[in-house]
Design a protein around this ligand. Structure first.
Ligand SMILES: Cc1cc2nc3c(=O)[nH]c(=O)nc-3n(C[C@H](O)[C@H](O)[C@H](O)COP(=O)(O)OP(=O)(O)OC[C@H]3O[C@@H](n4cnc5c(N)ncnc54)[C@H](O)[C@@H]3O)c2cc1C
Length: 326
């Protein structure tokens, strides 16, 4: 297949908030700029992150408030028991995302940035190859800006698939689970867990640290912890999920509390780099299973649940396009 060649002053790889803002500014300064995006303009934030999560949270809040009026309300308001058509909620959220990503495309165009749709593969510091709908395009540049963001990472003991899902899937549910287990009490896990609770799911959060939102000041986290309690969300601190029950490895699914196990075993619990922006969630329909007579949850099993995965390492850009995220 014939290779097409192109050149530019600035080449930006990645059309998320990092990449598109830089490209727009460069365009405003009159710098010839090309932006390569393999998926949708707007990146994680606009498509599968900040914006859709806040839209879902808004819908969950509205549903929760409507639910609170179904019984006796101190305001004297009484409604019937509300229901939610989640497919319609997701469509509403998608429309918001569509408007915003369309706006990013318009801004890039207005400022003279050429957008190339395809996965970039870096050949050297000044050359990138892009597969544009099966046609190879080689772009030479004076300056290369990598803004390739992050993507969900599989936990080795709980790879994606079946009930194990990432935040991306949790933002676009086709049905609501009876029970969501969130692994990791960072802000993404908490906000999605709280939203699902307000939508009516039972929610359990498992966190290996001694408290939620470890990156934030303890005083600020207290009201959040109180809110979790008020909403009836079960929180297991100093506990790490090892896998799903029902897998070949019978230990899979165990939830260890590190303080109950010898130091040598502690590394077996799920260590998650703090620099990553998100962690795993589990969505499921059953309860924790504990052996008869057990007095702590350290030997309990997580049932085989749908799982939402959230760890976000940098995306590789030096691999072949075939191995790029889809
Ligand atoms: C559920 C969730 C909720 C969040 N909520 C918030 C929030 O409320 N507030 C907040 O500030 N942040 C939030 N974040 C984090 C926020 O989304 C990220 O910080 C932000 O998107 C990072 O921007 P970025 O441009 O660096 O990367 P990204 O937004 O990830 O964009 C990178 C882009 O590069 C593209 N790309 C990657 N490799 C290639 C390649 N080889 N070729 C071509 N294109 C490529 C990707 O397709 C992607 O579009 C949230 C994240 C998640 C997952």
């Amino acid at each position: 297949m014939a290779m097409t060649h192109s050149s530019t002053t600035l080449l930006v790889v990645g059309g998320g908030p990092g990449g598109y803002v830089a490209a727009i500014r460069a365009g405003q300064l009159g710098i010839p700029t090309v932006l390569v995006e393999g998926a949708d303009l707007g990146g994680t934030c606009l498509n599968i992150g900040c914006i859709p999560s806040k839209a879902l949270i808004h819908a969950a809040d509205a549903f929760h408030q409507a639910t609170s009026y179904a019984g006796e309300s101190p305001l004297g308001i009484r409604t019937g028991t509300p229901t939610i058509a989640i497919a319609r909620t997701v469509a509403w959220k998608d429309a918001i995302v569509g408007r915003l990503t369309g706006g990013v495309g318009a801004l890039l165009k207005k400022n003279g940035v050429r957008v190339v749709n395809g996965w970039a593969r870096i050949l050297d510091g000044k050359t990138v190859e892009v597969d544009v709908g099966g046609e190879p395009l080689r772009i030479r540049c004076e300056h290369l800006l990598l803004a390739t963001g992050s993507q969900p990472v599989e936990l080795t003991s709980m790879p994606f698939g079946g009930n194990v899902v990432s935040s991306t899937e949790v933002l676009a549910p086709s049905t609501l689970p009876d029970h969501l287990v969130v692994v990791g009490a960072g802000y993404i896990g908490l906000e999605l867990g709280i939203a699902y609770r307000k939508l009516g799911a039972r929610v359990t959060i498992v966190e290996s640290a001694g408290r939620a939102l470890l990156a934030y000041d303890e005083e600020l986290v207290k009201p959040v912890a109180a809110s979790l309690k008020r909403l009836g969300i079960a929180v297991h601190l100093e506990a790490s999920v090892l896998g799903l029950a029902g897998q070949a490895d019978k230990r899979a699914g165990a939830m260890h509390r590190p303080r109950h196990i010898p130091p040598a075993l502690r590394t077996r619990s799920l260590a998650r780099p703090r620099s990553r922006t998100s962690r795993a969630l589990l969505v499921g329909q059953s309860r924790l299973r504990c052996p008869p007579g057990s007095t702590s949850s350290s030997d309990c099993l997580l049932p085989a649940l749908p799982v939402l995965r959230l760890p976000m390492p940098p995306r590789p850009v030096c691999s072949s396009p075939a191995s790029s995220p889809t």
